[in-house]
Design a protein around this ligand. Structure first.
Ligand SMILES: NC(=O)c1ccc[n+]([C@@H]2O[C@H](COP(=O)([O-])OP(=O)(O)OC[C@H]3O[C@@H](n4cnc5c(N)ncnc54)[C@H](O)[C@@H]3O)[C@@H](O)[C@H]2O)c1
Length: 367
């Protein structure tokens, strides 16, 4: 059976919820997810670009669109807003959604600074609404299976977590409107940073090095595009997070784009996201490598792997089940803020050349 939940309540069809989608670039994947879901219907789609709205309307045969966010906020039918705008707008768009009484799904990175994090939290609390961070990597087939084994205790006590997200992102740098301000640390590292935090819990300290490669500089980047970090959790466990984004990668048979490795007292596992591959060494089971290629059409439904429809489907359905059952969906706003604080601490570590405590960053921002 395919695990589609992460400690979620069992599937039961409650209300069919109505989704508003803001930002129709990668927002395409959540439209596809909602249309394939028994938990959701699309209430509205919105982008500043009328051309893009029209293209998505035709692609998915939707009745209409709007270029004005306020139209979706004022629509009482819409229960949840899914936000896929550029990183620097996430905080503002989340606050507006909460003020309109909506639940929120916000893509990663939740924010690219903690400046407005307190205001988002206050708005969520005042509205008594939930936020799910769309950390898509958690919701790949292999990652869900790894989490289920972790929760079943098959690794024993996990003391080391290593995660990376490596990809040649030159295609993305080329289409980015403000490439000189883009930080691969937030855009890319948010995936492995979240995975390591998911297993290790709150991180005490982080240290790392980064480099802006000649290829990244030629693409217009001004911030490091290749980064390696080591971390220690509050309870003394260790982790490693890496991301290299402007150069070719080794063949994916040997080096998956997104990988998470757990090492514990009773076993070890390696989840490779895009390859739909999960390898384990557990006591009494020996070594196993499972391939879930039969799920490729579900995950990669637009062709190619450069979109996220399957993972988005998994977290969208998971969010509906949590809302229906009145339980907290993860990663929530607090976890999202901790991951942004971790990335900020990583950034400070690159600047200072010393380890940085995450608590320093959190207290700087009033947490
Ligand atoms: N794995 C993942 O979960 C994943 C993958 C890709 C992108 N993303 C995230 O999705 C977000 C968007 O990325 P993208 O590649 O689609 O970027 P993009 O620039 O292609 O699309 C963003 C869209 O938002 C629209 N927009 C901006 N402000 C708006 C507003 N006020 N009202 C309505 N529309 C507005 C823009 O017109 C644009 O079409 C980023 O935060 C990115 O990190 C997540």
């Amino acid at each position: 059976m395919t695990p589609t939940s992460v400690s979620a309540p069992a599937s039961s069809i409650g209300n069919v919820r109505t989704l508003g989608v803001l930002g129709l670039g990668e927002g395409r994947s959540i439209i596809s997810a909602a249309l394939s879901s028994e938990h959701w219907r699309i209430g509205a789609i919105c982008d500043l670009s009328e051309d893009l709205c029209r293209a998505r309307q035709q692609e998915f045969n939707l009745p209409g669109f709007t270029t004005v966010y306020r139209d979706m906020l004022d629509d009482p039918q819409i229960d949840t807003i899914a936000i896929y705008t550029p990183d620097q707008f996430h905080a503002r768009h989340c606050i507006e959604a909460f003020q309109a009484g909506k639940h929120v799904i916000c893509t990663k990175p939740l924010f690219d600074t903690l400046a407005d994090a307190k205001a988002v939290k206050a708005a969520a609390q005042a509205a008594n609404r939930q936020l799910l961070v769309g950390q898509s990597s958690r919701f790949f087939e292999s990652m869900l299976r790894q989490r289920a084994d972790f929760e079943a205790g098959k690794h024993g006590e996990v003391f080391s977590v290593e995660a990376h997200y490596h990809a040649d992102h030159n295609w993305y740098f080329g289409k980015h409107r403000a490439i000189d301000r883009y930080k691969p640390l937030y855009g890319g590292i948010s995936h492995p940073a979240d995975l390591v935090r998911w297993y290790l819990g709150p991180i005490e300290e982080v240290f790392g090095y980064g480099v802006l490669t000649p290829r990244g500089r030629a693409a217009g980047l001004t911030h490091p595009d290749s980064l390696h970090f080591v971390l220690r959790s509050l309870d003394g466990k260790i982790g490693r997070v890496s991301g290299c984004y402007s150069t070719p990668t080794p063949p994916s048979d040997r080096d998956s784009h997104v990988t998470c490795i757990l090492r514990g007292t009773e076993g070890a596992s390696q989840a490779d996201a895009y390859e739909l591959r999960y390898a384990t060494t557990f006591a009494g089971e020996g070594e196993r490598i499972a391939h879930y290629n039969d799920r490729a059409a579900y995950y990669f439904r637009f062709g190619g792997t450069m979109h996220h429809a399957g993972e988005f489907q998994n977290y969208l359905d998971y969010f509906a089940r949590c809302l229906d059952a009145g339980v907290r969906a993860e990663p929530d706003l607090d976890e999202g803020i901790e991951t942004v604080a971790l990335m900020h601490a990583m950034e400070l570590s690159l600047q200072r050349g010393t380890p940085v405590r995450v608590s320093e960053v959190l207290s700087l921002h009033g947490f």
